[in-house]
Design a protein around this ligand. Structure first.
Ligand code: ADP
Ligand code: MG
Length: 545
């Protein structure tokens, strides 16, 4: 470069324009920077050129690219400059700096051994919209000359072009990353739509999103029957303790994001009054991303991500976009799995009811009738052979008949199909009352309900009363079924021992089954109980107006 004869002004302009084109077509940041230094050296006749990229702190160099110094000399010089001395001055002051003799400046810290002599110096900041990306340094102008005003002017122009190009390259880099993420996003959505098992799907979603974002913990919360939110799936080592955690919609960021159906990014969780601190505290999280799962305008859950991995735990706009794109796909898959799941539960329950009804009729019509006629026959025999030997036999048959009647009612009372809910419930309470000392009150005031509702309510009362007899140790229980324009409500209240809903043994299916049946029909179950205070169950089903 130093051997270049000084360029004329038109030549310089030509090089400048050409370099502008070359720079803007160069998308790899490294080769772009190298080209830039070469052009600057060529334009000014400098023997050495360098470019320092300033790091995130804005106070030190993160990269230092040189031109004109061969590999051998570089090896001798050793470490790259750390941004002290004259380079430090340029980094701090962000202004152009021109010196006659670098080594004579009082702010210089001197050169390391093996460093080639450098006297004349021109340093120009590379800045765009007030942000300084780095500095361009040129030294040792050919022929021992000084850098001129023209040199300064031209290097500034070059630096301005370079700033745009550097920004482009950085944007390009982030766009490439974005497209890589989109690619994996597509892969994931395929996996999501082929998975119909709900719990697998939830696990898959949190695992994949955590990989995609590169963060510590991802979880999915979904609305529980009682209006709260429950953590249903977690990915991330420290996250497992969050499983099952309950949050209130009105008092958590998740709840707010769910209601607003808008995602939110929180850089400092601790400072946000809307955040329920329980969850982040458990995993020691500092920043979070809250993205609702929305299908057809309805929020069906929320994805929460905690802490990017690395020194900066905050999430970026790009992270939020990727999480939203992910959530859109996951929401559709979840809804699908939910529907498939419900369909199969519904089909199963319907199948069970049919089968029960068939068995019940058979027991009643065939076995029951047969036993009844045996009983009549025994009566006739009694007259002939005398009472004595037959008493015992008759007792046995009578009790078998009683069993058959009870079983019939429990399986599926013909009364439910033939005379409706009220008759069936009356039969049920009578039969159960025979088996226990709990006083039972029944009050049903409903018009005709859809058959699915009648079955559901019947099964719920049946399970609830069985629970009272089995667990409550109550002296009385009341069952009240009422109907309004908008819903049918069934309240079952006992004065027994009560229980803590949090301490229900795992594997208990009664209460779960009740909730399932109600959910299927768009209804809900509320349980009020505490040890020593009795239990009240409220089952509510919506009615179409
Ligand atoms: N009315 C009640 N009074 C007291 N405890 C109850 C009552 N209903 C339910 N429970 C408690 O809740 C638990 C779960 O009930 P459930 O889901 O029906 O299962 P299971 O009856 O098979 O134990 C019971 O084991 C019992 O401890
Ligand atoms: Mg039970």
């Amino acid at each position: 470069m130093s051997e270049h004869s000084p360029l004329t002004v038109p030549d310089r302009l030509r090089v400048l324009v050409e370099s502008g084109i070359a720079l803007s077509s160069e998308l790899s940041l490294d080769s772009l920077l190298r080209k830039l230094i070469e052009t600057a050296a060529e334009l000014t006749g400098a023997q050495y050129g360098a470019l320092g990229v300033i790091d995130a702190t804005g106070m030190a160099l993160e990269q230092f690219i040189t031109v004109g110094i061969d590999a051998e000399a570089r090896a001798v010089i050793g470490d790259l400059p750390r941004g002290r001395g004259i380079l430090g001055v340029l980094i701090r002051e962000r202004e152009t700096l021109r010196l006659t003799d670098l080594s004579q400046d009082p702010r210089s810290v001197g050169f390391p051994p093996g460093h080639p002599p450098m006297r004349s110096f021109l340093g120009v900041p590379i800045r765009l919209r007030g942000v300084v990306f780095g500095n361009l340094y040129l030294t040792e102008k050919a022929g021992g000359e000084q850098f001129s005003d023209d040199d300064e002017e031209i290097v500034r122009l070059l630096a301005a072009q370079a700033a745009v190009a550097i920004e482009n390259a950085r944007l390009y880099e982030s766009a490439r990353q974005w497209s890589r993420q989109l690619e994996s996003l597509n892969e994931i959505s395929e996996a999501l739509v082929t998975e119909v098992d709900l719990s697998h799907l939830l696990d898959l979603a949190v695992t994949r999103l955590r990989e995609l974002l590169g963060c510590r913990v991802v979880l999915i919360e979904r609305p529980a029957g009682d209006g709260g939110l429950v953590v249903e799936a977690v990915s991330g080592e420290e996250g497992t303790q969050l499983l099952g955690l309950r949050l209130e919609v009105a008092r958590s960021k998740s709840g707010r994001a769910l209601t607003r159906r808008r995602s939110e990014r929180v850089d400092a969780l601790i400072d946000d009054p809307e955040v329920d601190q329980a969850a982040p505290r458990l995993v020691d999280a500092t920043s979070g991303l809250f993205v609702p799962l929305v299908v057809r305008e309805k929020a069906i859950g929320i994805i929460v991500a905690y802490d990017k991995i690395g020194t900066d735990t905050r999430f970026s706009d790009a992270d939020m976009r990727i999480a939203e794109a992910f959530a859109n796909r996951a929401a559709v898959a979840l809804e699908l799995a939910d529907r498939v799941g419900r369909e199969s539960v519904r089909a199963l329950l319907e199948g069970q009811e049919l089968e029960r009804s068939r068995l019940a009729r058979e027991l009643h019509d065939e076995t029951g009738q047969a036993l009844a006629s045996i009983l009549l026959g025994l009566k006739a025999l009694e007259r002939d052979v005398g009472e004595e030997p037959l008493v015992q036999l008759r007792g046995l048959v009578a009790s078998a008949l009683g069993d058959v009647r009870r079983l019939t009612v429990e399986l599926r009372p013909p009364a439910l199909d033939d005379f409706g809910l009220q008759a069936a419930l009356e039969r049920l309470t009578t039969v159960l009352a025979e088996r226990s000392s709990t006083e039972t009150h029944l009050n049903v005031s409903v018009q005709s309900l859809p058959p699915a509702y009648e079955t559901a309510l019947y099964r719920i009362v049946q399970e609830a009363l069985t629970n009272v007899i089995k667990h409550a140790n109550a002296t009385s229980v009341s069952v009240v079924v009422t109907q309004s324009d908008t819903s049918v409500r069934c309240v079952i209240e006992d004065n027994g021992e009560g229980f803590s809903t949090a301490a229900v043994r795992a594997g208990a299916l009664g209460l779960v089954g009740m909730r399932e049946r109600l959910n299927l029909l768009g209804g809900r179950l509320e349980i009020q109980s505490s040890p020593g205070r009795g239990t009240t169950l409220l089952a509510e089903l919506p009615l179409d107006q």
